[in-house]
Design a protein around this ligand. Structure first.
Ligand code: ADP
Ligand code: MG
Length: 608
C-alpha cells in the first residue's frame, strides 16, 4: 500500500483505543471533566456494566452552547493554551482527547447549561456522526450520556468482562476519585441500585464512610502531614486489625490528582510489614503533596500514572508517614515500661472490663499487702507454665538497673538482658523473665534478625552457601526486567542464587541460597526469587536494595509465627538472638522484644 494519511474517522478510533479501554475509562474521563468544571455534585448511572449506557450528571460551570460542538473536536480543550507549562498542570484533563474519543466509539448525547446562560443546549454525536446543536431546557451543569460503547469496534467489545466485572472496575475507580475529592458529593448507581455515595463535606473520613462504610471509617488512623515540608503526605490508613485480601483499597493522589503507582502502593505495603499477615493488604488513602513541577502528569495515555522527579524521596516520605502512625498506634508501645502514669494499657483493659468479670474481681480484691507471690501467680494462670511463674515471683525484686535495661527505655539498648525462657504463647511469642520484668519476644522477628545478620555476614565475606536445585528452573521475566537483573546479577550470585541469563527475557536458576533450601521447599525458593525480582523492579539501588534482598531471604529462612516451638528451641533462639549485633529490632525495623516492667506490674496489681 502507498503511504497515506488516515481518515479522521479511523485516526480518532485508533486514538480512542489509547484513552478509552473499557467502560471504567469512560467514567473516569467524564467524571474528571466534571471535577475540572468545579462541580460539587456528580452522579453516575450505569446500565449493563457500562456497555449499555453510562450517564454522568454534574452541577459544574457547564459548556456554553456555542462551544458545545467544539468540545467534541480532537485536541479541543479549554484547559491549556500555547502559553501553558505542560509540566505544572493543575487540571485533571488537558489533552482535549476524551470527548472526541468517546464519541467515535459510542453514541454520545451532551446536554449542558453554562452558568451564565439562560438556556441549555443539546448535542448528539452518533459513533462519530454529529447532529446540529439545538436548544434544550437544562439545569446548570452538564449531563453526558454514552450508549452502545464499542458497538463499532467488535474487537474491543470482545475484551470486555461481564457486566458485573466491568461494574466493579467502575466502582473501584469511582471510589478512588471520590476519596481523592472529599469536597464533592459523588454517587454511583447501577441498573437502578445505589452503589456508592459520598456527602461532599470536605472531610476525608466522611468520604471513607461513604465509600467503604462507617465501620471502616471508624478504624482509620490519621497520617500526620509535615506541612512545612515541600513533600508531604496526609490521609487515612487502616489500623492493622482492618485489612483486605487485595491491593485495590489503596488510593494515592498527587497534588489532587488520583494516580496509580505500583511503587507507591508498595511503599505503603512495606510500611505495614510486620503489622499485617502475609497476603493481607491495608485500606489507605495517601494524599501526596509535592512542588507542582516535580511531577509530570503527561506520561500516560489515560493519565493514570505520573512521573516524579524525585521518586525515591516521595517513596520514603510515604513509607515513613505510614510507618510512623502505625508504630505510634501499635499496642507494643502500650507495653512500654516505666510509663509515668503508672498504668499499662494492655493490662488496664482487662482490669477495667473486669469489674463485672468474677475472675478479675477476685484478683483486684486480693490485698495489696499480699506479698508472698501467690497473688501474682494467680493472675497469670493462663500462661503456659504456671509453676514457673510462681518461681519467678520468688526471685528478688528489681534490684537497680543494669545499664542495658534502663527503665525509661521500653526495650534494652544494644544487648539483651539475661533472659530465662518460660515458654511460648499464641505459637508466636516467647515468654521470658529478666532482671527488670517480663519479656515477650516475637519468634519470627527474632529469627529474622538472626538470619539476616548471618546472611549479611556471609555475603560480605563472599562466603554465601548455595544449594543446587535438582532441576534447574527457568524464570520468564517481564519486559524490561532483564536490564535491571543484569545490573544485579553479581549480587544475586554472591548471595547464593545461581542465576544465568537464558535467552533475551529468561533466567535460569541453578541453585538457591542455602538458608532458603533448608527451610523452604524448591517452590518456596521460587517465590522468594520472584519477590526479590519484584523488589528489584520496584527500584531502589545500592545498599538499600541489597539489604532489602538480604532481609527478604532472611525473612523466608526464618521461623514463622504460628509455629510451635519446644522450650529448648525457644532457648536456642534466644541464645542466638543474644549474639546478634542489633538484637532489639528485626531487619525491617520492627521490635523483636517488648518488656513489661516489674515496677509497672506491681503498680497494676496494687502491690504498692
Ligand atoms: P480535556 O478535558 O482534556 O480538556 P475533553 O475532551 O475531556 O478534553 O473535554 C473537552 C472540553 O470540553 C474541556 O476542555 C471542557 O472545556 C469541556 N467539558 C467537557 N466536559 C465538561 C463538563 N462536564 N463541564 C464543563 N465543561 C466540560
Ligand atoms: Mg477531559
Amino acid at each position: 500500500m502507498p503511504i497515506q494519511v488516515l481518515s479522521d474517522d479511523l485516526a480518532s478510533r485508533i486514538a480512542a483505543g489509547e484513552v478509552i479501554e473499557r467502560p471504567a475509562s469512560v467514567v473516569k474521563e467524564l467524571v474528571e471533566n466534571s471535577l475540572d468544571a468545579g462541580s460539587t455534585r456528580i452522579d453516575v448511572h450505569i446500565v449493563g456494566g457500562g456497555a449499555q449506557s453510562i450517564t454522568v450528571v454534574d452541577n459544574g460551570q457547564g459548556i456554553p452552547a456555542g462551544e458545545l460542538s467544539v468540545a467534541f473536536e480532537r485536541f479541543a480543550t479549554s484547559k491549556i493554551d500555547e502559553s501553558s507549562d505542560l509540566i505544572a498542570i493543575g487540571t485533571l484533563g488537558f489533552r482535549g482527547e476524551a470527548l472526541p474519543s468517546i464519541a467515535s466509539v459510542a453514541r454520545v448525547e451532551a446536554i449542558s447549561r453554562h452558568f451564565e446562560a439562560d438556556a441549555g443546549a443539546r448535542y448528539l454525536v452518533d459513533f462519530g456522526k454529529s447532529s446540529p446543536v439545538e436548544a434544550a431546557g437544562a439545569p446548570q451543569g452538564t449531563r453526558i450520556e454514552v450508549a452502545g460503547l464499542f458497538k463499532n469496534v467488535p474487537a474491543r467489545l470482545k475484551f470486555l468482562g461481564s457486566p458485573g466485572r466491568e461494574l466493579s472496575r467502575i466502582q473501584s475507580m469511582l471510589a478512588s476519585l471520590a476519596l481523592v475529592h472529599p469536597d464533592v458529593a459523588v454517587s454511583l448507581s447501577a441498573d437502578g441500585r445505589e452503589r456508592l455515595r459520598t456527602i461532599g463535606s470536605g472531610k476525608l473520613v466522611d468520604a471513607v464512610s461513604g465509600v467503604y462504610g462507617p465501620k471502616v471509617a471508624e478504624q482509620m488512623l490519621e497520617l500526620e502531614p509535615d506541612d512545612s515540608a515541600a513533600f508531604s503526605v496526609d490521609g487515612l490508613v487502616s489500623s492493622p486489625s482492618l485489612n483486605r485480601s487485595n491491593r485495590t483499597y489503596m488510593t494515592i493522589s498527587v497534588n489532587g490528582r488520583w494516580i496509580q503507582s505500583r511503587r507507591l502502593s508498595y511503599a505503603i505495603e512495606q510500611a505495614y510489614h510486620g503489622f499485617l499477615p502475609d497476603r493481607r493488604f491495608p485500606i489507605a488513602i495517601a494524599r501526596i503533596r509535592t512542588p507542582l513541577d516535580d511531577v509530570d502528569a503527561n506520561v500516560h495515555p489515560a493519565k493514570a500514572e505520573v512521573r516524579f522527579l524525585r521518586e525515591d524521596l516521595v517513596y520514603s516520605v510515604v513509607q515513613r508517614a505510614v510507618r510512623g502512625v502505625l508504630s505510634a498506634s501499635a499496642p507494643v508501645h502500650e507495653l512500654g515500661a516505666g510509663r509515668a502514669a503508672g498504668s499499662i494499657g494492655l493490662l488496664r483493659t482487662p482490669g477495667s472490663v473486669g469489674n463485672n468479670t468474677p475472675g478479675v474481681v477476685g484478683i483486684q480484691s486480693s490485698p495489696a499487702s499480699d506479698s508472698d507471690g501467690s497473688g501474682a501467680g494467680s493472675g497469670f494462670t493462663q500462661w503456659p507454665d504456671p509453676s514457673a511463674i510462681v518461681e519467678q515471683s520468688r526471685l528478688p525484686e528489681s534490684q537497680g538497673e543494669s545499664p542495658a535495661t534502663s527503665s525509661t527505655t521500653g526495650t534494652p539498648k544494644e544487648t539483651l538482658p539475661v533472659l530465662r525462657v518460660i515458654g511460648q504463647s499464641h505459637e508466636t511469642y516467647i515468654h521470658a523473665e529478666g532482671p527488670d520484668g517480663v519479656y515477650l519476644i516475637d519468634q519470627h522477628a527474632a529469627h529474622e534478625r538472626v538470619m539476616f545478620e548471618r546472611v549479611q555476614q556471609k555475603f560480605e565475606q563472599n562466603a554465601s552457601e548455595s544449594q543446587p536445585l535438582l532441576e534447574a528452573a527457568t524464570v520468564d521475566l517481564g519486559p524490561g526486567v532483564m536490564t535491571t537483573v543484569q545490573e544485579h546479577l553479581e549480587e544475586l550470585n554472591r548471595v547464593g542464587w545461581g542465576v544465568e541469563e537464558f535467552g533475551t527475557n529468561s533466567l535460569i536458576v541453578r541453585s538457591v541460597p542455602a538458608s532458603l533450601a533448608t527451610r523452604a521447599s524448591g517452590d518456596g525458593a521460587g517465590q522468594v526469587f520472584a519477590r526479590v525480582l519484584d523488589e528489584l523492579s520496584e527500584g531502589g539501588t545500592g545498599e538499600t536494595w541489597r539489604n532489602r534482598m538480604l532481609a527478604t531471604i532472611a525473612c523466608h529462612s526464618s521461623i514463622r509465627a504460628g509455629q510451635i516451638l519446644s522450650i529448648d528451641e525457644c532457648k536456642d533462639l534466644i541464645r542466638q538472638l543474644e549474639r546478634t549485633e542489633r538484637p532489639n529490632t528485626c531487619p525491617h525495623g520492627r521490635p523483636t522484644i517488648v518488656q513489661l516492667n516489674v515496677n509497672d506490674l506491681e503498680r497494676e496489681f496494687k502491690r504498692r
